[in-house]
Ligand binder design. Sequence first.
Ligand code: ZN
Length: 362
Amino acid sequence: MPVLLRRRVGSFVRVLAGAAGVALATNAGAQSVGPEVGPLNPKPGTVASGFLAVPAGVDSATRIPVTVIRGAQKGPTLALIAGTHGSEVAPIVAMQRLVPLVNPGELSGTLVIVHVANVPSYVHRTIYRGPWDQKNLNRVYPGKADGTISERIAAAITREVIDKSDYLVDLHAGDGNESLRPYTYWSKLGLDARVDSVALDMALAFGHDHIVIDPDRPKDRNASLYTQNTAQVRGKPAITTETGWLGVADPTMVQKNVDGALRLMRYLKMLPGPVELVKNVVWIDRTQVVTSPASGAWIAAVDRNDHVAEGTLLGRVHDLHGKVLAEVRAPFAGVMLYVVGTPAMSAGEPVAFVGRVGVGPR
Ligand SMILES: [Zn+2]
């Protein structure tokens, strides 16, 4: 464990990482160095990894792997949450890579990394929904401590991560079946102009050049449903990023997640270095999840990132003997944010996500 050397800077005590030894107490009570996250409360300039416990209830227990990097300097708390959907693995691998890249001696504030929010979904390789309760973790926030496993995970993350953070990124990717091009959701909730504005800057700082303007996320603190706006309704600027595809940890997508996190930490002044905001943004002002009219085998006719016209053939659903049951066409002109890239298909499930290119807020 590194020793921490104290040095007075201005009116507060600055704590710097040093050689081996035990952390020294600062002037007790005079400064709050950052939140405890579950059992993790690392001293300034140090890192701690462990688990948030989610005790058994109506179904089995799980635990959520978390790393807390406590900066040597004071600053805000940023939460990065990966694995809300367990097959969205590029962000999960990226968060493992990120930990050794963040030098706590150089960090201002606290970085809270949730490595895999939804371990049951991850280990059982499910898409969309958890394996035990068939619920979508990103639709049950703020969760219920006495609910099913997805609800209990959400309650633990709300209490131990969201409520203790100042800023949040929910890091998604194309799910195990989704061939996705990178983009970021920005939600203008209209509850707090500062939260909306900082969230927009966070989207620009993360680095994806396609930003989906999503005005429809719930504003009800008790039924916020999604991770991101659970933070936003609590006054914490937040974004949802989508980086990766088809259940694989593609190296370029892993790197984009790492780069996005580092760029965001520079924007928040948690790390030194120049702030970069995306300049040429493709703003997406209307989106539609296109769903399948039939069950069978989906064969896409377009790729992620293709631009399509209204009526462009997106793909066909075949029956299980190979006969075409239905053709699916684009509802309006736009860019393919994702296309389902695997055949298994149920009626009513998504086949693609189309975004219309529009005008941005700035
Ligand atoms: Zn997801």
